[in-house]
Design a protein around this ligand. Structure first.
Ligand code: GRF
Length: 203
């Protein structure tokens, strides 16, 4: 069974999409851990309601030892780490131990509107300010940079003239749920190969 750990910081709608896809048997995976970097993340309630082992590791108390503590919990127990609305930056040994085994979902078509400080509603504000006609989301591998890892999947949405950051965010989030689950499926079924930084699907 392909085992995953899901890292969150908020509501956990992406986590819920993964749980639903496991329940629907679209994903043949098990979520071994859900870890939040802050108190009060509703995603922890979602995990508890599904009897998934969960941890709240307050980023303020752990500081730059947070990534090491996460590694202690999951090392040797999961095949993939999924960042699903996780807002702390992973650093240190975990990046080496889980090289090309950490994915993140970002609410823009990388390399647009990404990098340091670009997360949540701010991404959609910048996209609308710029006047893009197409927005979307990206699932990418996590490396030592911020939103710089190889791209696994992208999904686009048309930007409407009357879109607000909130309406655009809502439509992109729907695509995030699909993209994240599809990326986990491709990886768990070993259907992708890395050629340099480019990722190709193998049928
Ligand atoms: C989503 O917009 C995701 O793109 C970003 O964090 C947000 C949180 O989503 N990374 P969730 O409902 O907590 O999964």
């Amino acid at each position: 069974m392909f085992k995953i750990a899901v890292l969150i910081s908020g509501g956990g709608s992406n986590l819920q999409a993964i749980m639903d896809s496991i329940e629907d048997k679209y994903l043949n995976c098990s979520i071994e851990f859900v870890i939040s970097d802050r108190e009060g993340a509703f995603g922890i309630e979602r995990a508890k309601s599904h009897n998934i082992k969960s941890f709240v590791l307050d980023r303020k108390s752990y500081g730059n030892t947070l990534s090491d503590r996460i590694l202690e919990i999951i090392d040797g127990r999961v095949d993939l780490i999924v960042l699903a609305g996780y807002l702390s930056i992973l650093n240190g040994n975990i990046l080496e131990r889980f090289k090309n085994r950490i994915i993140n979902i970002h609410p823009s078509l990388i390399p647009a509107f990404c990098g340091k400080g670009m997360y949540g509603i701010k991404v959609h504000e910048k996209a609308l300010e710029y006047g893009v006609k197409v927005a979307g989301c990206t699932v990418h591998f996590v490396d030592e940079g911020t939103d710089t890892g190889s791209i696994v999947i992208q999904k686009s949405v048309k930007v409407e003239d009357d879109d607000t950051p909130e309406t655009l965010q809502k439509r992109v989030l729907v695509e995030e749920h699909k993209a994240l689950v599809e990326a986990i499926k491709l990886i768990s079924e070993e259907k992708i190969v890395l050629q340099g930084r480019k990722i190709c699907s193998i049928i």
